[in-house]
Ligand binder design. Structure first.
Ligand code: PHE
Length: 358
């Protein structure tokens, strides 16, 4: 006999009735609130309430002294309490076992999730290849500003004040008079370099350029160029042609042929545009080269003596050549990219295709 039961025994049966009903109610509330966090905690709860010496078992002991006419009601309440406790314990057990199971399924020796590797942007890949191949024939890399004045983008490059070539470049102006603009080509770096360096100069200038053009599959208002400049004594058009042949064969393959067509740029004289034999059909004619067998790649020419003079380089003593190419177009030809806008959307499904590219 425990002390509680002893206490009940000394009371009148109707008092026990009230006390037991209150106690059952309070216990029912208490039990519905319990929330064991582990199987060990659950076992403690089971022992506390429904084991042989638990609170509910004690109440069943006390029940024996309840007056016979009140037994039915108290018995019912007691049974409900016992069922509630058993249900509670059983469901909690199920839940905790599932949790526990999950914990055991965790294989702590398994390798972690791999972190996906990034990839170089195709324009950077091609730019780096161009830098690398020119590096092998002695060209340094230099850069100039994207925000430029009229002098470096136009006037020093021999664009006459009212020359229509200025309009052809679809310039973005930031300010007018004096003009501040976004460079329309990397030729501004020719001036920047020649203004501060005397020949010999042999360098390439990769960079971003801007033109106010409608955006389509073939053109964008932002794109990238690589400019080349070689100024020294006795630099000839033959040097230009041989340099460009080397470039074309390094980039597009040793069987590549080049052809130079007369053209016009204010800052070169004579000027030319260079085509390479189509890398897809090898010159036989296909969709890519529009059945001409040739692909236009870059503009070039001998540096106009006026440009050398504008930079205080003696045009009697020195000659030079320059060339400029668009990286987007070359990348399109090398990798079969059909839409220039893909370069700027940064869709990983596009970018990841260049994972294994050189
Ligand atoms: N700057 C010219 C262009 O953007 C390309 C070029 C560079 C032509 C150097 C000749 C010499 O079209």
């Amino acid at each position: 006999m425990n002390s509680q039961t002893g206490f009940y025994l000394s009371l009148q049966p109707w008092n026990i009735y009230y006390i037991m009903l209150d106690k059952i109610k309070a216990l029912a509330e208490e039990i519905s609130r319990v929330k064991p966090k582990s199987l060990a905690e659950l076992d403690e709860i089971r022992i506390k309430y429904i084991s042989k010496k638990g609170i509910i078992s004690q109440l069943f002991d006390d029940f024996r002294v309840v007056a016979p006419e009140l037994k039915k009601e108290v018995g019912k309440a007691l049974n409900e309490l016992k069922n509630l406790a058993m249900d509670k314990i059983n469901t909690a057990k199920e839940e905790l076992e599932i949790q526990d199971q999950g914990a055991h399924d965790l294989d702590l020796s398994a390798p972690g999730d791999s972190i996906g590797l990034g990839s170089r942007h195709p324009l950077a890949l091609v730019r780096n290849r161009i830098i690398d191949l020119f590096g092998r024939i002695g060209y340094n890399v230099m850069e100039g500003p994207e925000i430029e004045d009229d002098w470096h983008n136009f006037t020093a490059l021999n664009f006459a004040a009212e020359h229509p070539a200025r309009d052809m470049q679809d310039t973005f102006f930031i300010e007018k008079n004096p003009d501040v603009l976004l460079r329309t080509h990397t030729s501004n770096v020719q001036i920047r370099v020649m203004e501060r360096t005397q020949p010999p100069i042999r360098a390439i200038f990769p960079g971003r350029v801007f033109r106010n053009e409608a955006i389509s599959a073939r053109s964008h208002c932002i794109f990238h160029q690589v400019e080349g400049l070689y100024v020294d004594e006795n630099v000839s058009f033959a040097d230009l042609k041989q340099t460009l042949l080397f470039f074309a064969q390094e980039l597009f393959g040793v069987d590549t042929k080049i052809r130079l067509r007369p053209s016009y740029f204010p800052f070169t004289e004579p000027s030319a545009e260079m085509d390479v034999s189509c890398s897809i059909c090898g010159g036989k004619g296909c969709n890519l080269c529009k059945y001409t067998g040739w692909l236009e790649i870059l503009g070039c020419g001998m540096v106009d003596p006026n440009v050398l003079d504008a930079c205080n380089i003696d045009s009697q003593k020195y000659t030079g050549f320059a060339f400029g190419m668009g990286i987007e177009r070359i990348t399109m030809l090398l990798y079969g990219v059909k839409d220039i806008r893909l370069y700027f959307e940064n869709d990983v499904r596009f970018l990841q295709q260049f994972r294994s590219a050189l």
